[in-house]
Design a protein around this ligand. Structure first.
Ligand code: DGT
Ligand code: CA
Ligand code: CA
Ligand code: ZN
Length: 559
């Protein structure tokens, strides 16, 4: 989604929650939530729209249109700031707990002065919550569980963690008897919990699962939940003839499911996780395969990565789904580190590892010497490295492209002289310091680097580290616009700790016609296989082979 729209939607939604906590008029609350929803599915940016255009957005009335205008101008709106004064920020964190809506939060706050997670936990442990009318012992237990859960896994799994949990659970299921669904299957960069669908009966699976993970939360005939490596895994049992319907439902996303169900309904069809009921005929159609449901509805098969209700359903009707990029389209990896800087592999080891991956080329992009923390390359060592690369290329089937990951200095300059940069095949420029600069400063710094003639690719453009570090306060749209003008590529860094750019930004970049560059940032051989995560992001960003630098032959890239 467009970043501006995303931010506006968030603030409107936030306003709805604040109003709910304050017990304001239900009509007004609904209006904010509705407007937030509509803004988030808008397919053009609010930025630059006139007040009339904003008002013309469905679900946005006169009053909210003005609030949106205020957000566009100032980043927030006065009424929101007024409404939130007096509400403790720690109170809002409680909203993140499972089963905790604004109404409950407001009641706990008013009647017991509970303002934070800590307060809530103490009150529940001290059995003071059951004293509130309508809450009871069960609610108290649920709250305690939810607090513990949130503390354990407040942050979502990265793809490596998710892979580990999946491997652990599916070890007891025979191949071909299950699929992993949910956000995992849709290829999201982080995964909340794992959802598995299986045709095996619970009577076989449940006993096997007892030995897996730490705890069986729930072991029923329709579904089972276990905790494994601190993470929740939901397993749904289904009859083979209904497998397609259940897989479709559990793959989601929720928004996608809702939209698909609406479309079915408009034709007198009731779609659910068991099949499609034709109301007129009074007949239930069942589907063992997902693709049969799509074709029943007159849709092309929508790949899981696109199922976010972001225009993929209309595209599937018109037979205009993108021809998504896949691993076999990639001719190489455009970001690797060797033992010349902080990597583990020598250049010849890298060349062999690239060959094992079936690549035609690898970009060697070690750090430049400006970076104090690693053994970065000076101009002199970089030239030596270029000579060794030439030597290796004489015999290696996988060609090494000579490159560098050069630091972008505080003012947007580069950490190495242009003379040497000009002699390389490709230059990646990345920010590795000064993360805390103000939005406008760091955006301009980045744009200066984008505009530099020697820079071909911007590495991990937002600098986020999943679960560890927020992205820099960067105006990505402005960077994208600059990249269009200068023909600079933006990286999709495939490291599971980064996945940067992320999919909404990739889609935005693609819309603008910016080229994207996939690189694993591998420091050791096994990390080259992380390309699959980067491909998920590219697919979620609707990328086709022509959108990626990696589908060009090596000699064209050199040019
Ligand atoms: P996650 O786990 O937060 O990364 O995201 P998901 O997408 O895996 O969500 P999850 O685990 O809550 O639910 C799995 C799927 O189940 C979801 O993708 C779609 C479906 N689903 C869940 N809740 C609803 C719902 O309220 N309505 C509909 N139509 N589908 C739902
Ligand atoms: Ca899930
Ligand atoms: Ca789930
Ligand atoms: Zn880097």
């Amino acid at each position: 989604m467009d970043e501006t729209n995303h931010r506006v939607a968030e603030l409107l939604h936030f306003m709805g929650q604040i109003l709910e906590i304050r017990g304001e008029d239900a009509f007004k609350i609904r209006a904010y939530h509705r407007a937030a929803e509509e803004v988030s599915r808008l397919n053009r940016s609010l930025r630059g729209m006139s007040i009339e255009e904003i008002r013309a957005v469905s679900g946005v009335g006169e009053k909210i249109a003005h609030k949106i205008q205020e957000i566009l101008a100032t980043g927030t709106f006065l009424e929101l700031e007024e409404m939130r004064t007096g509400i403790p920020p720690t109170l809002l964190e409680i909203l993140n707990l499972e089963g905790m809506g604004p109404k409950t939060v407001a009641r706990l706050w008013r009647t017991m002065g509970i303002e934070s997670l800590d307060d809530l936990e103490k009150a529940a442990r001290g059995h003071r919550i059951r004293a509130i009318k309508g809450f009871g012992e069960k609610k108290e237990e649920d709250i305690l569980k939810a607090v513990q859960l949130y503390r354990q896994q407040g942050s979502r799994m990265n793809r490596l963690q998710a892979d580990r949990v999946v491997a652990c659970v599916t070890a007891v299921l025979p191949a071909g008897s299950y699929d992993v669904a949910g956000s995992f299957r849709r290829g999201k960069s982080t995964v909340g919990d794992i959802d598995i669908v299986t045709t095996l009966p619970s009577s076989i699976v449940n006993p096997r699962l007892r030995g897996v993970g730490e705890e069986m939360i729930d072991g029923g005939e329709k579904r089972t939940s276990i905790r494994c490596q601190g993470q929740r895994v939901d397993i749904r049992f289904t009859r083979p003839e209904e497998y397609g319907s259940m897989l479709l439902y559990l793959t989601g996303s929720k928004d996608f499911n809702i939209r698909l169900r609406e479309i079915a309904l408009s034709r007198g069809l009731k779609l659910n996780e068991y099949g499609i009921e034709d109301k007129k005929e009074g007949k239930m159609h069942t589907f063992s395969r997902e693709e049969d449901i799509f074709s029943f509805l007159g849709l092309d098969n929508i790949p899981p990565e696109l199922r976010e209700d972001q225009g993929e359903i209309p595209a599937a009707f018109r037979h205009q789904l993108p021809n998504l990029i896949g691993q076999s389209d990639l001719l190489g990896d455009l970001h690797t580190h060797s033992s010349w800087s902080d990597g583990r592999m020598s250049l010849s080891e890298l060349a062999r590892a690239g060959e094992t991956q079936g690549y035609h080329y690898l970009l060697i992009s070690d750090h430049s010497a400006t970076l104090g923390i690693t053994r970065g390359l000076t101009e002199e060592r970089l030239r030596k490295q270029m000579q060794e690369i030439e030597q290796i290329n004489r015999t290696s089937p996988c060609q090494l492209l000579s490159g560098i990951e050069v630091d972008i200095t505080g003012d947007g300059g580069l950490g190495l002289a242009s003379s040497v940069l000009g002699d390389l095949d490709l230059v990646i420029a990345s920010i590795h310091s000064g993360f805390k600069q103000e939005r406008d400063v760091i955006t301009r710094r980045m744009i200066t680097a984008v505009a530099n003639d020697y820079v071909d690719i911007i590495g991990h453009p937002t600098g986020r580290l999943l679960g560890e570090r927020q992205p820099y306060d960067l105006d990505v749209v402005r960077v994208i616009e600059a990249a269009v003008d200068t023909g600079t590529a933006l990286e999709i860094n495939a490291s599971p700790h980064r996945l940067d750019l992320d999919d909404p930004q990739v889609r935005e970049a693609k819309r603008h016609g910016v080229k994207l560059s996939l690189g694993t940032d591998a420091h050791e051989a096994r990390e080259l296989s992380c390309m699959r995560y980067g491909i998920m992001v590219a697919r979620r960003g609707w990328c086709e082979p022509a959108d990626l630098l990696n589908t060009l032959p090596g000699d064209e890239i050199r040019k």
